[in-house]
Design a protein around this ligand. Structure first.
Ligand SMILES: Nc1ncnc2c1ncn2[C@@H]1O[C@H](COP(=O)(O)OP(=O)(O)OP(=O)(O)O)[C@@H](O)[C@H]1O
Length: 362
């Protein structure tokens, strides 16, 4: 099982009646990569996954798996396999028959499909439970049966719809590591739908952040986190302050924006037209407290709230026309000289910790 296929989604839309769930998205998922489709409820990630699987028709556009256009092929002929959120196991069948089910549908004769199912159960370390029914297993074991059942068809790509959501937090983290290990050892393309940025960061080679049926950014976890393309991505990934204003200056290094009724802020790495609405992002953990701000790279604000988090402390500040500006500092730094609500504190950051965010048309 070493074959893997690139998935090429070209200008694909999904329209349900009057609702456009997916707006002409284009995306190439490299062969053998772990891709997470990430976004809030209703952003179109499940529709996208189901169109790749063939469980949902494609309203317009094309999907290729490797060199094959699969747009109009039924699920079983695409070379993909899907693992459902609820696992969709048959309660009255034992594990061998659950796992062998799709081979039975394909007309594979009994001995061969039992042998393949047992091999698959062995791969998932479920061999001792082969004669049990799903209800006699733990949540994590049921998930492994669902994986075995999807993988028995020897797919080029495995599609997973919120595969960890039914598990308790402890098991979720353990199964997450197992999924990653499995993907690495099989070498096939995984596409995994999740609304958890932490899960996507932990697993993915490519994170595709979706919002309102569109792709806001598709890049490595590090790029998505350190260089969010849009205000939506910066907010959704968390740990960024988004400052919105209008561009008042531009130069080769970037732009300066002015916040409505407030201060001016510089950011690198972006372009803008004078007078245009613009957003910049500043990492919450890159802001320094009590160092005097120099032009455009900080401001003095009033502390609104202080939250102790153990190894760090979260401080929320208002000032210069910016509300709820969040600063995360280490517990050591905080307790050396604590601040409290009502205190005025200067904040500053380095030029390369403020980046210009793009806007996409909705
Ligand atoms: N069968 C359907 N008929 C009509 N509208 C649908 C159908 N399925 C999904 N939608 C709508 O399409 C949009 C995208 O749904 P989709 O399930 O793809 O989102 P999602 O990002 O996977 O959300 P969730 O995380 O809640 O599953 C939503 O507005 C949803 O209400």
């Amino acid at each position: 099982m070493t074959k893997a296929a690139e998935i090429d989604i070209a200008s694909v839309s999904k329209i349900y009646g009057h609702t456009t769930a997916v707006h002409a998205i284009s995306l190439k998922i490299p062969a053998g990569s772990y891709c997470c489709l990430l976004g809030p409820s209703g952003c179109g990630k499940t529709s996208t996954l189901r169109m790749i699987a063939g469980h949902e028709s494609i309203s317009s556009g094309d999907i290729r798996l490797g060199s094959k256009v699969v747009t109009d092929l039924p699920p079983a002929r695409r070379g993909t396999a899907m693992m459902f959120q609820s696992y969709a196991l048959f309660p009255h069948l034992d594990l061998v028959d659950n796992v062998a089910f799709s081979l039975k549908m394909k007309g594979v004769e009994k001995e061969e499909r039992r042998r393949k199912a047992l091999d698959m159960l062995k791969l998932m370390q479920l061999e001792p439970y082969a004669t049990r029914r799903p209800a006699q297993l733990s949540g994590g074991q049921q998930q492994r049966v669902a994986l075995a059942r999807a993988l028995i068809t020897d797919p080029e790509a495995l599609l997973l719809d919120e595969p960890l959501s039914a598990l308790d937090p402890f098991l979720k983290i353990r199964m997450r590591a197992e999924l990653k290990k499995l993907q690495t050892s099989l070498g096939i393309t995984f596409v995994h739908v999740t609304h958890s940025q932490e899960e996507a960061m932990a697993l993915a080679d490519i994170i595709v952040v979706m919002n309102d049926g569109r792709i806001e950014q598709a890049a490595s976890p590090r790029t998505v986190f350190e260089r969010p393309a849009t205000a939506f991505v910066a907010r959704f990934m968390g740990d960024h302050n988004v400052i919105s204003g209008r561009t008042v200056e531009t130069d080769a290094n970037g732009i300066t924006i002015e916040v409505n009724g407030g201060g001016r802020f510089q950011a690198i790495d972006g372009k803008g037209e004078i007078g245009e609405a613009a957003d910049i992002a500043v990492r919450t953990d890159r802001v320094r407290l009590r160092e005097t701000a120099y032009a455009g790279l900080g401001f003095t604000g009033i502390v609104q709230n202080v939250e102790y988090r153990g190894s760090s402390v979260k401080i929320v500040v208002n000032g210069a026309g910016v509300e709820d500006f969040t600063v995360i500092i280490s517990d050591t730094e905080y307790f050396a000289t604590p601040v409290k609500p009502g205190d005025a504190v200067p904040l500053s950051w380095n030029a390369d910790d403020a980046i210009v965010l793009g806007r996409i048309q909705h």
